[in-house]
Design a protein around this ligand. Structure first.
Ligand SMILES: Nc1nc2c(c(=O)[nH]1)N[C@H]1C(S)=C(S)[C@@H](COP(=O)(O)OP(=O)(O)OC[C@H]3O[C@@H](n4cnc5c(=O)[nH]c(N)nc54)[C@H](O)[C@@H]3O)O[C@H]1N2
Ligand SMILES: Nc1nc2c(c(=O)[nH]1)N[C@H]1C(S)=C(S)[C@@H](COP(=O)(O)OP(=O)(O)OC[C@H]3O[C@@H](n4cnc5c(=O)[nH]c(N)nc54)[C@H](O)[C@@H]3O)O[C@H]1N2
Ligand code: SF4
Ligand SMILES: [Mo]
Length: 733
């Protein structure tokens, strides 16, 4: 940003509200070198303000983009957006560069017999893909098709509509490699997938590896800081001293994969000492006696041996939580311990919910709460009528009965290509091959499919495995359907067209699936534009598209959260379920007990763990030059090893090391630190991209998933991303 510009603030928000460029305030990322190079041009040009939603991670924060001569100059986070809370994170700014990336896909591509990709026309691409889809549906039925997509507003809607129109139930998300086991375990206990720890108002919160300062959602991080400033007792139980530890009182190192033992032992302390919320248990729960009878063997001493946390610390934390209750909880986490990492992730999530039940914290101020949300009502216009519900359940539902059907076991669906049950697969905004399980294995299966299509903005591991690659517009160039977001005050917000289309041969998701739908003979379900659909959905909540485009975000204050104890639940019994018939049928005990991780590191071995870094998202930001420059400046791609262990192995900070698992060996520089417990190696999640067309990210660092064999968490369907052990030695020795 040019320093010579006069600064004053905008007084009015509104699409198209044109103000002088001199009005720009603030200044952060470069958005390339454009701003300085074009400062004079900008000074005389008009600034257009457009409200939209970030696409750099699933939080989809709201912002107002300031556009000058067709380029994004700055973005201001929406104060009312429940996830953004007025601030975007570094990734939100950095990822805006994707629109102008030199590595953008600009034409449909088809893999030729030689293995190289060549450009083809949209007409040919749609025709050829539709022919293959029709043939698969005719010969093998619609369940032989699978769609894997990242849950974003238009993507979720159009991919599901397209698949259901063909008769297929097989719409998958990235859940297997994210939070599916957590959602599924929580469903078994509570009949709902998520809750929120009211950190700001709590007396005490224990985090099991959920790091608000690494796995960023701005509002959560603000809440953590606020709680810390207020003196809330915050405890981080994590193999690493992660970045959130800046704001907590205690870091308690734990051996990864053992959180379930820690929870069971704390539950045992409370139940054996008769310190739990008897009234709540008596009135609003079912099956408590079953759990109470199973807990005695899980003593703090037993758990200490497994977790590495001293028995007295486990006992003390249980006592402190009870004293702080009901304004206390174990935070529900997102990915690491419960989401998808271990053989016991789903059961860890279930036990966590039951432990919180002992505290009587559901719905209590400072406890664990459920924020309201609003959704679009039924659309009367017959053009929007939903296709009939598919006759069968999503492939994988039988084999993984506890897996949330709204997410599905995508990796199992790909495995079914080998078995011949799945013949065609389409990826929308998903780098499944690069990150959902072992990439080599997934690549092999995708290449065997009769039809494989990836819709993306740049070449990726997933695109490289497919026959057809279709170029989407970037998120800054398309309107999507409204996004309803739950929160203290629920809102609806909109991704809008911030920029005109940059590459003429790219198409937004709504057009791609509408055209494919027509070519596949189900065009009657796509007889509307995205603008019409968005307007119709908004009309059901008393708004219009034009209004939301002008305002950017609409709040529903009449639906605002009011603290009240939660006494009815979405389970079959309408109570918190200490026992679950479905879990018992899937081979677990009716109430949760200890489940060994699949592998445990022995002498000389380490569990390879992952974790987010503040400035990157999964695999998608590694190719953003401004963000990767920060990684390179600070050596962020380096794995971490415990300092004492490194000394024993003769490894020094910055040494090149060789890391090996059963399925992969890789070399990289290492970071030696006191901030990790001795049985773990931490590999930041975002590196090791091996796609030459990604000019920035290619070949930097290692990818965690390469080290993990293909396997699936029993019952729950998670990818078991941390069920692998590795050895480490100095390279060349
Ligand atoms: N910067 C950034 N923010 C993001 C994302 C991103 O890619 N980048 N992605 C978003 C998404 S989709 C998600 S799912 C969330 C993920 O957010 P988190 O759930 O916070 O995810 P992770 O970073 O995987 O893990 C958090 C911590 O768990 C620790 N950990 C690893 N294994 C264990 C274990 O067995 N037990 C315990 N107790 N701790 C363990 C790690 O050291 C790490 O510090 O972040 C969201 N926000
Ligand atoms: N190696 C590795 N694997 C991981 C993770 C990790 O951090 N590292 N994180 C795990 C977690 S928590 C999750 S939630 C999942 C996330 O898994 P995904 O949702 O698959 O996320 P990404 O790996 O970032 O891949 C997103 C893909 O979408 C593309 N994309 C971006 N914008 C657009 C767009 O506007 N249109 C289209 N069509 N495509 C677009 C990107 O280029 C990228 O290929 O991955 C899991 N697996
Ligand atoms: S948390 Fe950051 S990357 Fe994610 S949507 Fe918000 S601003 Fe974008
Ligand atoms: Mo995730």
């Amino acid at each position: 940003m040019s320093q010579s510009m006069t600064r004053r603030s905008f007084v009015k928000r509104g699409t198209g509200a044109a103000v002088a460029a001199a009005a720009l305030g603030g200044g952060f990322v470069s958005f390339g070198d454009w701003s300085t190079a074009h400062a004079d041009e900008a000074a005389s040009a008009e600034v257009k303000q457009v409200h939209s939603l970030c696409n750099s991670c699933s939080s989809k924060c709201g912002f107002t983009a300031h556009v000058v001569t067709g380029r994004v100059r700055t973005m201001i986070g929406d104060a009312e957006h429940p996830y953004c809370d007025g601030t975007l994170c570094a990734r939100g700014y950095g990822y805006a560069d994707i629109a102008y990336s030199e590595d953008r896909l600009t034409n449909p591509l088809k893999r030729t017999d030689s293995g190289a990709f060549e450009a083809i026309s949209w007409d040919d691409a749609i025709k050829e893909i539709a022919e293959k889809i029709k043939r698969i549906v005719e010969d093998d039925g619609p369940q032989a098709l699978a769609m894997i997509q990242d849950p974003r507003p238009s993507g979720s809607y159009y991919t599901k509509r397209f698949m259901n129109a063909l008769g297929s139930a097989n719409v998958y998300t990235h859940g297997v490699a994210c939070n599916m086991s957590k959602v599924s375990g929580t469903m078994q206990a509570l009949g709902v997938g998520d809750f929120t720890s009211d950190v700001a108002n709590a007396n005490m919160v224990v985090f099991l590896g959920r790091s608000y300062a690494d796995g960023i959602r701005p509002s959560s991080l603000h809440m953590l800081k606020e709680a810390h400033d207020r003196g809330v007792h915050l405890v981080m139980v994590d193999p690493r001293q992660n970045a959130s530890c800046l704001y907590v009182d205690e870091w308690i190192p734990i051996r990864p994969g053992t959180d379930l033992a820690f929870i069971l032992a704390m539950a045992n302390v409370l139940v054996s000492e008769d310190t739990y919320d008897h009234d709540y248990i008596a009135n609003y729960t079912e099956g408590f006696e079953d759990w109470a009878a199973r807990l005695p063997e899980y003593t703090p001493e037993w758990a200490a041996k497994i977790t590495g946390i001293p028995a007295e610390t486990i006992t003390r934390l249980a006592h402190e939580l009870w004293e702080a209750a009901p304004a206390a909880s174990i935070e529900q986490g997102w990915r690491a311990s419960f989401g998808c990492s271990h053989k016991n992730s789903g059961e860890t999530a279930r036990a966590l919910c039951l432990f919180n039940t002992l505290l009587g914290c559901w719905g209590a101020e400072g406890g664990a709460v459920f924020y309201p949300s609003v959704s679009a009502g039924k659309l009367e216009d017959p053009r929007f009528a939903a296709p009939p519900a598919p006759a069968e359940k999503i492939v994988g539902a039988k084999e993984f009965p506890l897996a949330a059907a709204s997410m599905g076991v995508s990796t199992y669906a790909l495995q079914q290509i080998e078995e011949g049950a799945v013949k065609g697969v389409i990826f929308y905004q998903s780098n499944c091959v690069g990150g959902y399980s072992n990439p080599k294995q997934l690549d092999e299966w995708v290449r065997k499919a009769e039809l494989s299509v990836a819709i993306d903005v740049q070449m990726t591991e997933t695109c490289a495995a497919c026959q057809y690659v279709l170029p989407d517009t970037s998120y800054l160039e398309r309107l999507e359907i409204p996004e309803f977001v739950g929160g203290k005050v629920p809102v609806v917000a909109l991704r809008d067209r911030v920029l005109d289309k940059i590459h003429p041969e790219t198409k937004p998701v709504d057009e791609i699936f509408s055209e494919l739908g027509r070519a596949c003979g189900v065009g009657q379900y796509f007889d509307f534009t995205v603008d019409e659909l968005a307007d119709a959905q908004l009309a059901t909540v008393g708004l219009s598209l034009a209004q939301l485009q002008k305002e950017g975000i609409a709040t529903f204050p009449e639906k605002a959260y009011k603290p009240a104890p939660k006494t009815t639940w979405g389970t079959p019994s309408k109570k918190v379920q200490f026992t679950s018939e479905a879990c018992a049928k899937a081979g677990f005990t009716p109430s949760p007990t200890w489940v060994e991780p699949l592998v445990m590191p022995e002498e000389g071995q380490f569990r390879l763990i992952g974790g987010k870094q503040t400035i990157h998202t999964h695999t998608q930001t590694a190719n953003i030059a401004s963000l990767m420059a920060i990684s390179e400046m600070y050596g962020l791609e380096r794995p971490w090893i415990n300092a004492d262990v490194a000394r024993e192995l003769g490894i020094e900070d910055g040494d090149e090391v060789e890391i090996s698992s059963d399925v992969f060996t890789g070399k990289t520089r290492i970071k030696v630190t006191e901030r990790i417990e001795p049985t773990s190696i931490y590999l930041p999640s975002h590196y090791g991209r091996m796609i030459p067309e990604q000019h920035v990210s290619y070949g930097i660092g290692l990818s965690q998933m390469d080290f993990v064999p293909f396997h699936i968490e029993p019952g729950y369907g998670g990818t078991m991303a941390q069920e692998t052990v590795v050895t480490v030695k100095k390279a060349g020795e």
